[in-house]
Write a protein that binds this ligand. Sequence first.
Ligand code: LLP
Length: 440
Amino acid sequence: MDAFTYIDGRLLCEGVPASALADRFGTPLYVYSRATLEGHFDRLSSAFAALGPLVCFSVKSCSNLHVLRVLVTRGAGLDVVSGGELARARRAGCPDGRIVFAGVGKSRDEIAAAMDPPIGWFNAESEQELDAIAEVAGRRATGEDRRPRVALRVNPQVAPDVHAYTATGVKGAKFGVDFDEARRLFDRFGTGARAPITLDGLHLHIGSPIYETGPYVEAIRGTLALVHDLAARGHAVRSLNIGGGFGADYQSARSPSARDYAEAIVPLLRERVGAGLRVLLEPGRTIAANAGILLTRVRYTKTVPGPAGPKRIVIADAGMQTLIRPSLYGAFHFVWPTDPGVALVPARRAEDPGLPGLARADLVGPICESGDFLAKDRPLPPLAPGDLVAVFTAGAYGMSMASNYNSHPLPAEVLVEGADARLIRRRQTIDDMLAAEERG
Ligand code: LLP
């Protein structure tokens, strides 16, 4: 579901034509729909309502302060993975108790920043990190009630069908600890231990995007068996954070809905919640991906001899520096002109070869790498210099992974609210980009 729709042959974002946004703010441009962000957050929250979860939006997926504010106002907590994301969460007005801090390599300075004032949970990923959290907490001589609350990230060793770079809960991954190590670490830091931290939670995140419910069920069942073992050793587990990774609709409606995930997961946890377990979720993509598009303008086109005949290349002003997912993971993003006319409106977000006059083309960027493309070998309407193209489902891991590669300034971001659009990040200038070096 999202609020990007073709009406009378032109793309609207909520009530605003995409072309008007590009004319006003320039390209490349990330455009977010507030109603879509809120709709996705609400749907997920209500699907899991039986567990009364704290839904912590994963800041890494879309870290703009204004987007975070929209979700925090709606009741979201935030999942952060660095001191920078922690600062974003605080500036976005997120109550400290609704912040969770994950990541395998937190520095002592980042840990200290998260204790002042104390956040909701640290998600610790190794014994040495637990030592570091305890060391920083010990130095602060805080009272019992201000001891940092920590959840241990476990690796449940399940293998969902995802790209190798985004499978995090498989054997040999750098994330979390295995169940044996978890038992040992609870004996060292859990209930009854004299460490200046409260280790009473477990955390898992098995990868993303996961288009099936089975891996969640397997991972949660395994982790609940661990909770049972820990209880037998005298350790209370008061929170379980099941991570994120729920799908988004990159191509038509391939992803299970929030309700589908909830139907598989809620029954596993309902009773425990009744007995006092706090459940947390860390979704990013399923909230933000379909709430954003990337607008890019065609600069040039050309035809080159290809292995199977002439091949059309469409060169746009956005590329891997703007949206790296196609280059990094071979990820599919549906791309289509914003103003194709009524005869060429695609029925769904996938190849639609039934439409008239389509020809295969690569949509590429200006970067000096062959891996720089947004879409490969797609049936597209004719495109000419100056035409505007929308790259869909770009709201998650789009702008947050954009770079200055080839010294292109970062794009601007706009938030649409009904008939209004406001700039929520101005376009970087070349002077902005060079400032740290000139003043360094
Ligand atoms: N929790 C943890 C601990 C994570 O590492 C992640 C994502 C999430 C939650 C949120 O996952 P989501 O619900 O957004 O799928 N850059 C990649 C994905 C890497 C995700 C890293 N961790 C992409 O463009 O697909």
